[in-house]
Design a protein around this ligand. Structure first.
Ligand code: ADP
Ligand code: MG
Length: 627
């Protein structure tokens, strides 16, 4: 029964008509470019077509996704379509989670995981097909993979590559791979009416809430997909909507709210795919993950905030910032398109048409605006010279130079820029080089603080640990440590371990989803360090601060004479402690601090701040100069 329904569903997808052509092209050409509207069936079908055809071999069909949530979710969907248990025939492998077995034939993995696999085996001999999905997103990892594959196909005639993308930039992919094989899947889409805001909205959160309520009250049945910038905004809007729900007129339709963002546990993500009960409207609050990676059924209305959270790195100051920026025209079109998958739809843009005209056509590839520490480290290990590597869009030289310099400072590269043993160990760890350096430093016999550093690094790897914008106190204030945020994180974790209940998290202003995820990450990281036999004992705070300084010495700053701000030690940039830090309001501010990240809003703020061990910082900066 179920099998019949699935079969029918699969045949009804726009891509089905192209099945023969796709297989034929893959057969005759080493690289195929496949483009098509979101929802046409690229991600879920192409690997299955190969599996069912005579092209199939006994090796793996790998399919990459830029985001872990998409990799997991589509793997589960395909496993369902094949009526097979996830982890057997169909598996996935993402950072901190691997669900594959010897029987796995179709493996969904993040592009980052595929890079990790190339560190161990540069010619990826376990694969006979590599499908690079969502290539248009141009994440740093996708771009590295594209460059690596360009090399790989010269060494392995037997591997077949399929580059899949939404309709953008197909020609550029084809040129990059000197391929002429572009297949375009035409899907069935319905017209989407675009309604722009008449005047610019000063606050996109307010405007979003008002927009949602209006659509819900004024428009006929159909689910609403809302684009916001991140977990925090989504949680805020969700809380406001659930309060408003109680005030709805009794005769009106009810609604449910679900969220969709990268860090959401998968059982909660799956809620977005379920249809709402009768006479109930589903409101999905999503980040740009719902732009092209995931297709959510039932959507008739889209509310587009017009913004996205973007990470940008400034190689001159060495600072990375997380900023809310305007989306590109391409992204706005993609978002609007989500409303017309099943029937005619409406997209409400919370920006004016003049605003839209001012948007960039496409967003800049991430690799041209990121810290390339990881990239340089990984390329070095695979045996490529990052200065000669063929990037689809080459980052400015200064990005590569700066990353090389940082890796030298961390001891990952030697004076001749050769990879060191420490560098190899760092690359094995699934965290950025700075955090890897800290983890490895924690193993040193005179520091022995791995148990606590594991906790701190895990907590640094999740977003939004606490609810700062509520009136009640949050865990950071309750468990405040005078040495700063990192030790406060540790304390929070230790207390949470004693009382893992929902209500405890609530009364302590702690985000339960985030801390549970941190706990999972911690477990995974501990596995990676197992081979070093770390002494898992609690360490004095002093050792923990020393250990942090060994990674964060580049992010260090001195208090100004009048005590109002800090200046970074390396570049003399003025920075301020972020209001969410426990050091924001202390009477006695430390003379010297280290910080985990910079947020640029009206000022340059630093977050994740602790008192610094100045001795360590000085000696590290010293070695950098003499090299
Ligand atoms: P594409 O990669 O071209 O955007 P997909 O292969 O992801 O398309 O999706 C094809 C279709 O499969 C979607 O339009 C949707 O109808 C269905 N689908 C995908 N994932 C799910 C899911 N988790 N639950 C229900 N239907 C899904
Ligand atoms: Mg897809």
């Amino acid at each position: 029964m179920v099998k019949g329904i699935i079969k029918k569903q699969r045949k009804s997808l726009p891509i089905y008509k192209y099945k023969h052509k796709i297989l034929e092209t893959i057969n005759k050409s080493q690289v195929t470019i496949l483009i098509g509207e979101t929802g046409s069936g690229k991600t879920t079908q192409v690997a299955q077509y190969i599996l069912e055809s005579s092209l199939n071999s006994d090796k793996l069909i790998g399919i990459t996704q830029p985001r872990r949530i998409a990799a997991i979710s589509v793997a589960k969907r395909v496993a369902y379509e094949r009526q097979s248990e996830i982890g057997s025939l169909i598996g996935y492998s993402v950072r901190f989670e691997n669900k594959t077995s010897e029987n796995t034939k179709i493996k969904f993995l993040t592009d980052g995981m595929l890079i990790r696999e190339s560190l161990i085996d540069p010619i990826l001999r376990n694969y006979s097909f590599l499908i690079i999905d969502e290539a248009h997103e141009r994440t740093t990892n996708t771009d590295i993979i594209l460059g690596l594959i360009r090399e790989l196909i010269t060494q392995r005639n037997d591997i077949k590559v399929i580059i899949m993308s939404a309709t953008i930039e197909a020609q550029r992919f084809a040129e990059f791979f000197s391929s002429r094989e572009i297949i375009e899947v035409h899907g069935r889409t319905f017209p989407v009416k675009i309604l722009n805001a008449a005047v610019p909205e000063p606050d996109h959160i307010d405007a979003t809430v008002i927009g949602i309520v209006q659509v819900h009250l004024d428009y006929p049945a159909g689910d609403i997909l809302v684009f916001l910038t991140g977990q925090e905004e989504i949680e805020d809007v969700q809380a406001i909507l659930l309060r408003k729900r109680k005030l709805l007129p009794t005769n009106s339709m009810d609604f449910t709210v679900c969220a969709m963002y990268a860090a959401l546990p998968s059982h909660l993500q799956m809620k977005a795919f379920e249809s709402a009960p009768e006479n109930t409207r589903k409101i999905i609050l999503a980040t740009n993950i719902a732009e092209t990676s995931l297709t959510i059924p039932g959507v008739k209305y889209v509310i587009d905030s017009g913004v996205v959270k973007e990470r940008n790195y400034d190689p001159r100051t060495g600072m990375e910032s997380l900023k809310i920026v305007k989306i590109s025209k391409a992204a706005a079109k993609q978002r609007a398109g989500r409303a017309g998958r099943e029937s005619e739809g409406i997209c409400f843009r919370l920006f004016t048409s003049e605003d839209f005209n001012g948007f960039e056509d496409y967003s800049k590839p991430e690799i041209t605006r990121s810290n390339l520490g990881n990239v340089v480290l990984q390329l070095k290990i695979i045996g490529h010279d990052p200065r000669l590597f063929k990037f689809m869009d080459r980052p400015d030289d200064i990005y590569i130079e700066k990353a090389t310099q940082e890796l030298r400072g961390l001891g990952a590269l030697d004076g001749e820029e050769k990879i060191t043993l420490l560098g190899r160990k760092m690359a094995e760890l699934p965290v950025p080089p700075v955090l890897a350096r800290i983890l490895l430093a924690s193993l040193e016999p005179q520091l022995q603080c791995t148990k606590d550093i594991l906790t701190i690094i895990a907590l640094l790897s999740v977003e939004n640990l606490c609810y700062f914008n509520r009136k009640e106190a949050n865990a950071m204030q309750i468990f405040k440590c005078s040495e700063g945020d990192h030790l406060t994180f540790l304390k929070i974790y230790q207390e949470w371990r004693k009382n893992k209940t929902k209500s405890w998290c609530k009364t302590h202003g702690l985000n339960r989803i985030s801390i549970k995820r941190a706990s999972m990450i911690r477990k995974q990281l501990r596995q990676y360090l197992k081979k070093y036999n770390p002494a898992l004992v609690h360490a004095p705070n002093e050792n923990i601060l020393k250990c942090l300084a060994k990674g964060y010495y580049m992010n260090s700053a001195f208090l100004s004479a009048d005590g109002t701000h800090y200046r970074t030690i390396k570049d003399r940039e003025i920075i301020h402690i972020h209001p969410t830090s426990v050091l924001f309001q202390t009477r006695k501010k430390p003379q010297c601090i280290i910080f985990s990240e910079v947020i640029i809003t009206t000022k340059k703020y630093v977050r994740g701040v602790s008192e610094a061990d100045y001795g360590i910082i000085q000696s590290f900066l010293g070695t950098l100069k003499t090299k």
